[in-house]
Design a protein around this ligand. Structure first.
Ligand code: F6R
Length: 346
């Protein structure tokens, strides 16, 4: 019998190599897709995805709005499947994000989008999948086979593929990501720190996860990883929304995971952290060193990277925390209760 979590641990550790591979081998595909998008000149960008891939899409929505200055949104696949919605999608770029490329609701949504005039792009780990086939353009994230049920390396390679694509559309060369694989190797080498953090939260039954701007998708993905591997109730809120009601449920019994980057989003988290401190909350902070030192616990990320690429690094501590928390609580994160690799929701 393999150790519990052996698959997930291996795939977390494979991330830096997967990023290096995508940056080199995917370059031509990224450039070709970016040129086609630039020629099409979309006025709107929509994303469609589920689960972890939806969090990658949320990151890309921030990038699109901030970097490309285009209105962007996440489409709920059910509007086109369950409700049969057929909006006019001319001048729209619709991007489906899916590790498997096999989620039927995404396939159907992309088909509808194409019929309704959108330029369609599938970002997937399976270039011969039905999703890639129905799409006009596709981008292979080259993560290698992902066997663990909990997505890890496919998430960060989705983030990287989406960053490289949208950066290329604005005329960039992706160089902001150059140092990331080496920094990720450093985080992974700090594995023991996450074993200790897992001990600290071993008996928690619920927690809250929060971040702002580019780090909000990280907060959501961190919560999902903890729910699916450790079965605790983890709710994610943007730092802004946390103050608009949910803050009332925070007390010393509800640990808060805070993702604080080095940029605008991180700066906007500082008043949130101060409110949490006033409540005596146990705040576990990941990200910028100063915020981590002021927190109850946490992990300071190595190096300093531009805020727009920080989500690639900042999720790794939470992946490792989820892995070790699951094992510490007597579960096997490679075999989460009731979950399979592709969830067929129509
Ligand atoms: C969580 C996880 C799921 C998938 C979701 C979408 O770790 O793996 O949430 O992300 O089922 O699957 P794909 O990306 O294959 O469409």
């Amino acid at each position: 019998m393999p150790d519990p979590g052996a698959l997930m641990a291996a795939e977390i550790a494979e991330q830096p190599a997967a990023w290096r591979r995508l940056s080199i081998e995917g370059r031509d595909q990224v450039r070709a897709a970016a040129r086609r998008i630039a020629d099409y000149a979309p006025r709107f960008v929509l994303f469609v995805a589920r689960g972890t891939s939806d969090h990658a899409a949320l990151y890309a929505k921030y990038l699109t709005e901030i970097v490309l200055q285009l209105p962007a949104g996440l489409v709920s696949p059910s509007t086109m499947t369950t409700y049969g919605s057929r909006p006019d999608l001319r001048q729209t770029l619709m991007i489906a994000v899916s590790q498997s490329g096999g989620s039927p609701d995404l396939i159907q949504s992309l088909q509808v989008a194409r019929e309704r005039g959108a330029l369609t792009l599938a970002v997937t780990n399976q270039p011969s999948s039905p999703l890639a086939e129905v799409s006009e353009l596709d981008l292979d994230i080259r993560a290698g086979e992902e066997r663990a049920v909990a997505a890890t390396k496919s998430y960060t390679t989705q983030l990287l593929a989406l960053y490289l694509l949208l950066d290329a559309v604005r005329g960039g060369d992706g160089s902001a990501t150059d140092g990331l694989p080496d920094l990720a190797d450093q985080v992974i080498a700090d594995n023991d720190q996450f074993v200790r953090l897992a001990e600290r939260y071993r008996f928690a039954s619920r927690l809250v996860s929060t971040g702002r701007g580019y780090s909000y998708p990280t907060a959501r993905e961190a919560a999902l990883k903890l729910m699916e591997t450790s079965y605790l109730s983890a709710q994610a809120f943007s730092g802004a929304d946390l103050l608009h009601g949910p803050l009332a449920m925070i007390d010393r019994q509800v640990p808060v995971l805070a993702t604080v980057n080095d940029g605008h989003g991180g700066a906007a988290m500082l008043p949130v952290l101060s409110r949490l401190r006033d409540l005596g909350a146990d705040v576990c902070c990941v990200g910028a060193g100063e915020a981590v030192r002021a927190a109850s616990a946490g992990y300071a990320l190595p190096g300093q990277v531009p805020e727009e690429v920080s989500p690639l690094l900042e999720i790794i501590p939470f992946q490792l925390l989820a892995l070790h928390l699951s094992v510490a609580r007597g579960s096997d994160p490679d075999a989460p209760r009731g979950l399979a690799k592709v969830t067929e929701t129509l």
